[in-house]
Design a protein around this ligand. Sequence first.
Ligand code: NAD
Length: 443
Amino acid sequence: MNVTVFGTGYVGLVQGAILADVGHHVICVDVDAEKVQRLSRGEIPIYEPGLESLVKENFAAGRLEFTTDAEVGVKHAQVQFIAVGTPSDEDGSADLKYVLKVAQTIAEYMQCNQIIIDKSTVPVGTADKVKATVAEVLSARNRGDLNFDVVSNPEFLKEGSAVADCQRPDRIIIGTESETTVEVMRELYAPFNRNHDKVIVMDVKSAELTKYAANCMLATKISFMNEIANLSELLGADIEKVRQGIGSDPRIGYHFIYPGIGYGGSCFPKDVQALIRSANDIDFDAKLLKAVEARNQEQKTTLFTKINRHFEGKLKDKTFAIWGLSFKPNTDDMREAPSRVLMEALWQAGAKVQAFDPEAMEETQRIYGNRDNLMLCGTKEAVLKGADALVILTEWQSFRAPDFELIKSQLSEPVVFDGRNMFEPHRMHAKGFVYYSVGRQKR
Ligand code: NAD
């Protein structure tokens, strides 16, 4: 099948690549000319395991192309994915300008009947707005004879395992009233739907809301655990024991109940905010979601509070070694990362940062540029030299079994602030560290 994907970010690029890999002929359109050039040279602008080889192989085979020319994209296929960003607007609502711009573009070049797929995460009612935008342009072109359907097909991939998630989706949500559209979508996704039927067909609004409900549920789990972790710390309990204790109940389960320093990334923060805003627009007070968000904002500051308390407020000219900058492992994404909140608070207090991340160094450099109080180091060992404490912000695999003697010998004081509970407090204590973690007692 010929397919066009608008947007070559985490969602569009991965989607385009996996569709090409099963034999569809995919053209990816992006307005970012530099990105398109890089992709056409085989350079992958983001870090996502397995993506580079997938893009290169399918590009070489001619099944995956990149262009800035929207006309070429629209004329290529009868199936058009919209996979552009939906960032938070100033009031927290989802900004639909990129989505609606693509809708307009598709309508400008449309020559035949089309299925337009909303892959971006968009509030309930967006498909109607896309429909209205397309209809308006078609009418201005006197092409009201062209038929089109707008289907909601939200994406559930996780950054860090995006390729695998798209190749083996848990579910394929199809929101449409049209049986013809369902049939085309089923054919499109057939290669990913072999083991058992993962397609769930529903009305458009329910599909749109499903995506927000999923992300808000996951964010709620995190904020809930963080709340219990904070309580646990104050009450003298151990959150890791509590986590195992509750996870053993199959109704709760072990997944996604890790305490930490708050959720980040491009999705949870903005999607929770957008649903709060959507609720507000219809005079519904989303009390629970507001609490989830508030807990998360506060959680991102908890490690700084511990650091500040430990050093009795004297952070000026102190140096902190930081392990992990991306908002979670296996990605270079720094959007809404807790590391940013912590580093900025340290800088504000006059401290310096020496940081390492296996993948997010370039992105950190891009965001913060060159500054006196940030030194990006090539290895996790190099950041330790002369630092006053080690701070762990992302649970990368390569941080799990470090050389503790080396850490101790390099730090001016053997103090570790661990935002991800990577180690056992009693072991850290036995090794001679002062060890702060989340939801457990200082050792
Ligand atoms: P992104 O910011 O990484 O990429 C968006 C891309 O769209 C950019 O390359 C941008 O240049 C391009 N773009 C903007 N306007 C365009 C236009 N008019 N024509 C063509 N391209 C255009 O975004 P992302 O992380 O891939 O997210 C895309 C959507 O998918 C968002 O709604 C997001 O909430 C949702 N989503 C993201 C994830 C995730 O983990 N990143 C997961 C599921 C859903």
